[in-house]
Design a protein around this ligand. Sequence first.
Ligand code: ADP
Length: 549
Amino acid sequence: MSLTSIAQSSADVPRLAGSLNGGLELKANILIVDDRPDKLLALDAILSGLGQNLVKARSGKEALRLILQQDFAVILLDVSMPGMDGFETASLIRQRPSSEHIPIIFVTSIGNTEIQIRQGYSLGAVDYMLTPIVPEVLRAKVAVFVELHHKSELIKKQAEQLRLIEETRHRQQLAEVADRLEIETRRNRFFTLALDMLGIADLNGRLMQVNPAWQKVLGYSEEELKSFSGMDIVHPEDHENLLLGLKALREGNAIGPFEGRFRHKDGSYRWLGGTAVPFLEEKLIYIFVRDVTRRKEAEEQVVRLNHQLEQQVAALTVANHELEAFNYSIAHDLRTPLRSMSGFARALVEDESAALGPLGLEYATRISRSAKYMDNLLLDLLAYSRLARAEIEPVRIDLDPQIAELLSLVEREIRERNVEVQVQTPLGSVLAHPATLKQIVSNLIGNSLKFTAPGRTPRLHIFTTRSKGMVRLWVEDNGIGIAPEFHEKIFGLFHRLHDSQAYPGTGIGLALVRKGAERMGGRAGVESEPGAGSRFWVELPLSEASPPS
Ligand code: ADP
């Protein structure tokens, strides 16, 4: 149906005209082109009822200029105009892309030929109206185009809105995709950059996704790793454990921390340690492991070294026992010739002094003295060897009577040298070997009385302290004291800090103290400062029946 026929019936006019302004607020532009003002006026009068915007042009040129400036719903074009006629104007209108679709209605007088009318149509006219014009018909025709214009504007607007909606949705989708991509990228980066081995496997332990750390640790390419399960490369000795682990995972239990050996591409094994968590809905296992080979090797090394150390200690103990036995027999055997040396020297001094003369007597006396010193030394050595070899059976010993007895043995010396003695009772009870304890304490008391500071009243203080099931017996003096660098050395055999002229002795006493304490499950030590006295201690296991302090 042609547009002309749509609006041909005058009954359609009110409906079309009525709907023009109702649907849209904007008015459509209608261009009327005629060189004659009276005709322009007449057309204006006919069309003003449509309520649209009527724009008038007096020539084709002016019309073209107006078309450039604004959009028109329809153009009413007079055919016969001076200068540029209607056809020429129409042809130029059609040549411009912005105006090529604007409907053109030619308005001309009845005298025009059929040929002219056809020319008009060929130039793109949508209608051809001959004067005199029937106003209703013209109005109806123009109304159709105005309506069309409005509709196409509406469609354009809706299309624009649709486009905007579409664009917004598209932009949203793009943003969502970008967000997802960003999260994915970050997760991927996390996965890729992790130094730990992160992997996803199926419930049979077959790897489905691995990060680059796997390749670094095990040497296989990603494809190779994905082609086998953990069971294929696990060390035969760890096979059983891995099976149990997989079983637990299939039952929905996380496993770890676990450790196992897995074969590297070069055939060697790497220790991997970590955890694995199942996700049964996805039938997946998430694995987090790291290469712990170096730690495991270090641990194995420690175990190996410990074993070696134990063996060496055992060998040393045997050697020590042998040495102690040797020591004992030497010390024991040396005493026999020594006794005869000492006996003959004494006989010389006592019976032959006249024949010897003063120098000879002096020499014989020195031999006798040295023999005595050597005998003391051998006796101490024998005591030390005996202590090292003796069967030690600790019993409960109440320290108070023990200390009182030992002090009574040196009572005379204490009295003569005016020693201030203070014993802080009750001292408590310890688990110890009676003879050994006596030997230790009498050595410590003896040293306190021996290494006194000149010009100072000697003081001896005996007390105990307790900690963590042990009793510490302290023997404190205000004697000459010991420099810190010797605090350990003096507990070694034959370590003496003074010559035997100033302080006689063999250098075995404190070695005996330490050995004895250790043999009874305790320790021995000293706190001292030169000139400020010494505080020796022996730590022994507390006897349960000790009275509370
Ligand atoms: P000895 O007493 O036979 O010399 P010890 O083994 O008992 O041997 O002591 C080793 C050294 O420790 C002593 O020579 C002395 O130098 C130092 N010493 C031991 N006890 C004391 C003390 N109470 N005060 C100062 N020095 C001491």
